[in-house]
Design a binder for this molecule. Structure first.
Ligand SMILES: [Zn+2]
Length: 269
């Protein structure tokens, strides 16, 4: 073996130990999960939850250039209710929590490129900050205001779902408090935005796989419940089988990671 061939082999082995390209691609609903689009502030320990504006734009462009349709919750609802298959190249772009940078950075990019997105909002922090984090580990940043949420909704580019009132770990609450977080956020968001809220994401993914919590979420009237578990969910979806899993886009991910996430359900080991 020449030195060049040996070097290539080493690179291939290295890549196989880190990325999943050698896995078989598998079908299922593709739901991308973002949090913040922007540059992490000093002191952030959750840097992977920040995707730079440049990367975000490049990822949305990758989706569109590769023929993906970007769906809203309403699109998903239509397909679910009619039992229709979704095109293989369809994807939901979701954002958790409702940060102001979703309004100031992500929304203009989606609008400009012609893509759609969906945001899970924590009702009690609208126009405030990510108060559920200890500022020692993750600095507080602004959440979108109600006016900003309304403006995004009216553009037809963004739809909303609930992410509870205060971002608790639902399974550690008393059952009646968990039920209140689920129902009150749905009621308040519907009153504030004038639309039915039929999509829900569990904060921290907590409760998504706890039967008592999940049962309560579905009973509350949410049609779709989204976990914080990496993966794709078979579609058409059997609602009884479990929540909808997601594909986490990390700050360090590149477009190759995105391609692997979409096809393999994960990019790195
Ligand atoms: Zn969250």
């Amino acid at each position: 073996m020449t030195i060049a061939a040996a070097a290539l082999l080493l690179i291939a082995l290295g890549a196989s130990a880190r990325w999943t390209w050698w896995r078989a691609s598998k079908p299922g609903l593709k739901v991308l999960c973002y949090h913040k689009v922007g540059v992490p502030p000093p002191g952030s320990r959750l840097k992977d939850l920040w995707v730079s504006p440049r990367k975000f734009r490049s990822q949305v462009k990758y989706l569109l250039d590769n023929g993906y349709a970007t769906l809203t919750f309403s699109d998903l609802r239509k397909a679910h209710e009619t039992g229709a298959d979704l095109p293989e190249k369809s994807v939901l772009i979701t954002f958790d929590d409702g940060y102001e940078n979703n309004y100031s950075i992500a929304w203009p990019i989606l609008k400009e490129l012609g893509a759609k997105g969906n945001i899970f909002v924590v009702f009690n922090t609208i126009g405030k900050a990510n108060l559920w984090h200890s500022p020692a580990s993750e600095p507080w940043v602004n959440m979108a205001t109600l006016e900003q949420l309304r403006e995004m909704q009216e553009s037809g580019v963004i739809e909303f779902g609930s992410h509870t009132m205060s971002h608790p770990r639902l399974s550690s609450l008393e059952p009646e408090n968990a039920a209140w977080e689920l129902a009150e956020s749905k009621r308040q968001l519907e009153a504030a935005l004038g639309r039915e809220m039929f999509a829900f994401a569990y904060p921290y993914g907590d409760g998504a796989y706890a039967p008592a919590v999940r049962e309560k979420a579905l009973e509350t009237g949410y049609l779709f419940d989204f976990s914080f578990t990496q993966g794709k969910t078979p579609w058409p979806w059997d609602r009884k089988a479990g929540p909808l899993d997601r594909l986490f886009i990390r700050g360090r991910d590149n477009n190759w990671d995105l391609a692997l996430q979409l096809s393999r359900g994960a990019s790195r080991l």
